[in-house]
Design a protein around this ligand. Structure first.
Ligand SMILES: Nc1ncnc2c1ncn2[C@@H]1O[C@H](COP(=O)(O)OP(=O)(O)O)[C@@H](O)[C@H]1O
Ligand SMILES: [Mg+2]
Length: 299
């Protein structure tokens, strides 16, 4: 891929903390303008990777490039980083805090004010602009921190667990904003352990477990590759006698069946017909991302 299409590139990155491996070996590229998901359970190494990209930590080995070169301090003005640990100047007023943080990113005061008011309005927080940050709910404080991250108009957004602490309505609002930012050409790298939340959001993903890659690539292709093995069936068959079912569990609509590696849904259909079962429903299921993760992580 030409360098100018790559926003962030990691090559064989390794990071240990006093001998304990946090990231064993990570290589991936984030393309300009895409929404890229860094997915994995707690402790997988996601925050460490984001801190490595931001040059808060140095890798033990491997290399990291941002905008086609090792990160320089002036590059940081072009990157909006929402850290996992939330914390603002809580005794200050909302608008003043955001304007201050935006100016720290090199945006002149008048523009900082325009951007701040725009984003406060966009996230329905304009009413809170004169309130102290500490008077707001945790979820709203988080929205303020998100606003402080985007209002400097950065080209790249690194969002560490942007949905944690948000109720479903606010999480959905944030997903929509992220989609708009992407449509406007921003590059977005977000980390989350809530994999099912980002199923429709990310174009590509890097799934990490114990510091190692378990899946990497186009999300739709990953889902397609894993979903062909999963079928929802409602029938009177005795699934325990079927030789090629690796897992069967109750599902709201029937039984969700995961086929063994070498079998296809049509094998199951043939088996159902041969066993003269009455079949009410037979549907190839889309496997939730979290289930895919669990399956690959266990290998
Ligand atoms: N500053 C640090 N010092 C020591 N260990 C750390 C530090 N940061 C992270 N770790 C360890 O590295 C691993 C990965 O952590 P982290 O990157 O925070 O995972 P995630 O963000 O995916 O939950 C964990 O085992 C964690 O305890
Ligand atoms: Mg983390």
């Amino acid at each position: 891929m030409p360098a100018n299409l790559t926003a962030i590139a990691l090559t064989s990155v390794r990071k240990t903390f006093r001998g304990v491996v946090a990231v064993e070996e990570a290589s991936f590229e984030v393309e300009r303008g895409e929404i890229f998901g860094l997915l994995g359970p707690n402790g997988a190494g996601k925050t460490t990777l984001l801190r490595l990209i931001m040059d808060i930590f140095r890798p033990d080995s491997g290399s990291i490039q941002v905008f086609g070169h090792p990160i320089l301090s002036k590059d940081k003005e072009r990157i909006g980083y929402l850290p996992e640990e939330r914390g603002l100047y809580t005794r200050q007023k909302v608008q003043a805090v955001i304007e201050y943080l935006v100016q720290l990113k090199g945006v002149p005061q008048p523009q900082a004010r325009v951007n701040t008011l725009f984003w406060l309005e966009r996230l329905e927080m304009l009413d809170a602009k004169e309130r102290k940050v500490l008077e707001l709910s945790k979820g709203n404080q988080q929205k303020i921190q998100f606003i402080a991250t985007v209002a400097a108009n950065p080209e790249i957004l690194l969002l560490d667990e942007p949905f944690s602490g948000l109720d479903p309505v606010n999480a959905r609002a944030l997903i929509q904003v992220i989609q708009e930012l992407s449509a406007a050409g921003k590059t977005i790298l977000l980390s989350t352990h809530q994999m099912n939340l980002v199923e429709s959001l990310c174009r590509r993903v890097f799934m990490i477990h114990h510091g190692r890659q378990v899946l990497y690539g186009d999300l739709q292709a990953i889902q397609k590759a894993h979903s062909e093995k999963s079928v929802i069936v409602r029938s009177n068959a005795n699934y325990s006698t079927c030789p090629f079912i690796s897992q069967a569990s109750a599902n709201g609509r029937g039984t969700q069946i995961v086929l063994s590696e070498e079998n296809q849904p049509r094998d199951l259909l043939a088996w159902l017909l041969e066993s003269r079962a009455e079949v009410e429903l037979f549907e190839c299921a889309k496997t939730p991302l979290e289930d895919i993760f669990i399956r690959v992580a266990q290998r």
